[in-house]
Design a binder for this molecule. Structure first.
Ligand SMILES: NC(=O)c1ccc[n+]([C@@H]2O[C@H](COP(=O)([O-])OP(=O)(O)OC[C@H]3O[C@@H](n4cnc5c(N)ncnc54)[C@H](OP(=O)(O)O)[C@@H]3O)[C@@H](O)[C@H]2O)c1
Length: 243
């Protein structure tokens, strides 16, 4: 078994996921680069290796059972365990998303990736995580999923665009994160949700005011929590985010 900490980052071919992979690699970790497109995967692994990261490719579409099972087999064969899983892959689903006009199919697609994809990947990899001395799971959420902040934004206003798909998918993901933490309480697995802030990536047409590298920092912090660290919480760079 590898002495190095082994991590997997989903959706790591670009944006915040790529920067999380780069940041974890800079710690000397072995980093599985999860990506659904073979060419984008190869390119990202090549770039990370050129930067000195011990990166390896993990073909992974989080919406596809067979792809996730194959990724679990690859990790089993490669390291026999997984120390850190960062569930980063996510989509907004496009527009319109206002509740009164949204296409229910769009909502279903967003939930399939942003929530069910996380459950699918996490459960497939739990047997490998359970073999780690200090397993950590980080779910990349968003403060737009904070019900408290949505309420505080006031009537007629959203925390981010008013949406029946993307923002509620992150509320759902937050709720699921908390439920995992409850079930895993008493084990050595810590699971938390992180918000990267509004970062300039493909996800928002590069309108964010933070860099993807800045957005990656919260995930790196939650991936490196000490054994007595929190679980079942939601954080951004400024501290805990209300549910
Ligand atoms: N950017 C922000 O301001 C912001 C704010 C709050 C939260 N977040 C969250 O941070 C995470 C990363 O976002 P980002 O801004 O870096 O977005 P991004 O640049 O669009 O990257 C998203 C990544 O997810 C991958 N992905 C999408 N669907 C997938 C699937 N079915 N299977 C595997 N990979 C899939 C994409 O792969 P492809 O290249 O193949 O499409 C890409 O690698 C997301 O969960 C997002 O919701 C972002």
């Amino acid at each position: 078994m590898s002495e190095r900490t082994i991590a997997l980052v989903t959706g790591a071919n670009k944006g915040i996921g790529y920067e999380i992979a780069a940041g974890l690699g800079a710690l000397g970790w072995s980093v599985g680069v999860g990506a659904r497109d073979p060419e984008r995967l190869e390119e990202a692994v090549g770039k990370l290796r050129a930067a000195g990261v011990d990166a390896f490719g993990v073909p992974l579409d989080v919406t596809d059972d067979a792809s996730v099972a194959a990724a679990a087999r690859l990790l089993q064969e490669r390291g026999g365990r997984l120390d850190v899983l960062v569930n980063n892959a996510g989509i907004t689903g496009g527009r319109p998303q206002e509740p009164t006009v949204v296409d229910p199919g769009l909502v279903r697609d967003v939930v399939e990736t942003n929530v069910i994809g996380v459950i699918r990947v996490t459960n497939a990899l739990l047997p490998l995580l359970r073999r780690s001395a200090s397993p950590r799971i980080v779910n990349m959420s968003s403060s737009v999923g904070s019900m408290a902040r949505q309420e505080a934004a006031g009537p007629g206003e959203g925390q981010g665009p008013i949406s029946a798909a993307y923002a509620p998918s992150k509320s759902f993901l937050n709720a699921v994160t908390l439920q995992y933490a409850k079930e895993l309480h008493g084990s050595n697995i810590l699971i938390n949700a992180g918000c990267p802030g509004f970062c300039a990536t493909d996800l928002n047409g590069f309108r964010g005011y933070r860099t993807a590298e800045q957005g990656a920092q919260v995930a790196i912090r939650l991936a490196t929590l000490p054994d007595d660290g929190p679980s079942g919480k939601f954080f951004d760079d400024d501290g805990e985010v209300p549910w």
